[in-house]
Design a protein around this ligand. Structure first.
Ligand code: NAP
Length: 238
């Protein structure tokens, strides 16, 4: 038994990286899961491993958050946690950044994250308990050249989270922003990484490093709140 045994979590962006690692860690902690992403094969594989229920869809579908909540309530009769994780990164210089992809990223990183946050918080507010864990970024409070649009999406998530935390501070509903530094995931697969970014970090973070911190946040007694948690790899000068 762990402090999380028997709870029910919905995880977005669970087909790879941080979301996938979170599903494994939460599953091992006795949490029952509903996972989502677009890749049906990956969801089905992870479901076999963790016993998770899943819905394959684009996170920008406006009806998806409600369907995820209903799936949790229908299968498990409860829902305690949302790991609001699905995200994309688009970066580039003024002269060549793909503006269409930037706007698509805003839909995923801001619109879909806000919609899921409000949908699940209404349920948590009604039951006066629940954890919203938004996966922000170290770029949620810093900026660098060429990454301003991505950073802007994460600043938006931070602003919403801080306001929600204040609004809900007298209830047992908790809101946390996790702020990872560089993590080796698929997120960077078509990112023209500045080689120096990777090379100056001797040991980059792994998705499991972040999943372990999600477990840490969720495992706190109900009077303990962790509004923000920044996690950096050693050597990350930022
Ligand atoms: N990696 C890092 O260095 C880093 C640092 C700070 C913060 N973060 C944040 O961590 C979160 C997870 O990223 P990651 O690094 O784990 O990246 P990842 O391995 O690329 O995972 C991203 C997840 O988001 C899902 N996703 C993306 N677009 C989607 C869409 N339109 N509809 C549904 N699902 C979608 C992907 O699922 P499908 O492809 O199956 O749809 C995938 O499961 C993101 O919010 C990211 O901004 C990452």
């Amino acid at each position: 038994m762990t402090p999380l045994s028997g709870k029910v979590a919905v995880i977005t962006g669970a087909t790879s990286g941080i979301g996938e690692a979170a599903a494994r860690r939460l599953g091992e902690s006795g949490v029952r899961l509903v996972i989502t992403g677009r890749d049906e094969d990956l969801l089905s594989d992870l479901s076999r491993e963790t016993g998770a229920e899943w819905i394959a869809d684009d996170i920008t579908d406006p009806g998806l958050p409600q369907r995820l909540l209903e799936k949790a309530l229908q299968v498990y009769q409860r829902c305690d946690i949302l790991v609001n994780n699905a995200g994309q990164i688009v970066r580039g210089r003024v002269e060549d950044i793909d503006i269409g992809r930037v706007c698509q990223m805003v839909r995923v990183n801001v619109e879909a994250v806000f919609r899921a946050a409000y949908t699940f918080l209404r349920h948590f507010r009604e039951q006066n308990a629940g954890d919203l864990v938004n996966i922000s970024s170290v770029m949620g409070e810093k900026v660098r050249e060429t990454i301003g649009a991505y950073a802007g999406t994460k600043w938006a998530v931070e602003a919403l989270s801080e306001s929600l935390r204040m609004e809900l501070s007298r209830t047992d509903v908790r809101v946390t922003c996790i702020q990872p530094g560089l993590v080796t995931t698929r997120l960077h697969r078509d990112w023209e990484v500045h080689p120096s970014d990777m090379m100056v970090i001797p040991v980059p973070l792994t998705p499991d490093d972040i999943a372990a911190q999600i477990i840490h946040v969720l495992g706190q007694p109900s009077h303990v709140r962790i509004p923000k948690l920044m996690i950096l790899p050693g050597g990350h000068v930022i």
